[in-house]
Design a protein around this ligand. Sequence first.
Ligand SMILES: [Zn+2]
Length: 466
Amino acid sequence: MKLWFVCLVLWSSVLPTATGQRKAPPSRGSGDDRYKADILLIIAHPDDETGDVSGYLARAIFDEHRRVAVVCTTRGDRGGNAFGNARTAALGLEREIEARQAFAYLGIQNVWFVGAHDTPSQDVLSSLENWDHGSVLGEVIRIIRLTRPEVVLTWLPDAVAGENHGDHQAASVVATEAFDLAGNPAAFSEQIFAPRRSLPTPAEGLEPWQPQKIYYYTDADDALGYVQDTPPIPSPFRKNFLEGAGPQYLPTDVSPSLHKSYAAIAAQELSFYLTQDGRIGKEAVESNNFKDFEYPVRLIFGKSLVGGNVTGDVFEGVVPNAVPFDTETPAKPSHDVAELTLNGPWKFYREFWKAHHIENIGALLPIAELGIRAGSRLQVPLLIRNTTEANQELKLTSVLPNGWSDHSRYDNYEIGSGATYPVEASIDAPPDATGWFELTWNLQQGGMIIGTVKLRVSVYKKSGEP
Ligand SMILES: [Zn+2]
């Protein structure tokens, strides 16, 4: 009887009306509620949520009743395996299931794997190249349009001293680009136009969707977390860059609905990832000791189209209805006035932050930094640009801390007007030094310093090393 009723309704919706016109089909504007999310988490690897944001997700899901969906751009197929012999593609299959079980424990069912390959690198551009940037971006935009999140949560688009995986940064780059493009009907329009059955490949019938806020998180040393087997040395050059950069949530708080701390929930969630650090979560649960999971969850405010304070709650200012596409014209790429800059990922990020109106992210760490192991070699890409209207003779020199050695072949550079010259510096860190160091390069013209670049390096030893 019920089936008959449904058939009747469907049939009546295309019946001619009394005036002879057909009724409009049901609106698609509200989308499919089975996939609607309040938060879309965009990460690179199965387990990227553990430790850093799982404590916040537990709070949002169990006690604020937020719906969360997840995009994982890779299956982590190039990672190590702490549990069995599976590697590469086989490991990817295992890690996908670990993630599905872990997210299901948090009550998250809608998890998509985009299938880009895991990249063993700390260079965001290398990851984007290895992923096929455009196809991953298209898929993430598609998932935003399907899930219609108010909030996007992803890794920090910046190079930091810490774990700093190139894939983490690439996930954040794609998420930020997708945040700006998913509401634009002119971007990936084949996803939007209504399907036409007469065409061999119909359009997809999604609607544009503009998320309201984007937040970032990081595995920088400043964030602490269970992965720190030895406490990192704080930078003497600056305060913790996460202070005041966004809201913080305490995993020591007890979930009113589950009657256990968010730290305990985060430990249990990690325990599903046995090929990775799952053992740490399992042992914490077995010993009922959650100290490794009690570091504050520190989110970083990216941007908001609906206001709200930088350190306010993630959902502060969020409105219940769809917001219009952010039509602000993207900034034109600007020409750097500096004669000497860091090249590679650092140059990329300066342009990226400007293009996406998140210069506040660049202001978190105005001097570039990275972390290396003691005794290792650092390859630093530099770029000299002659922005003047005449040919210039320029000289590059470095100023290094005691014990550091420079194997670069610097030269006098004759550079034409408007031309650029890339240089890669090769610097060896001493084997016995740990802590923070500042490296400087100066560009000189006629004995005068006309440009300076600094890089701050955190040098560490692996635990167990002398
Ligand atoms: Zn990862």
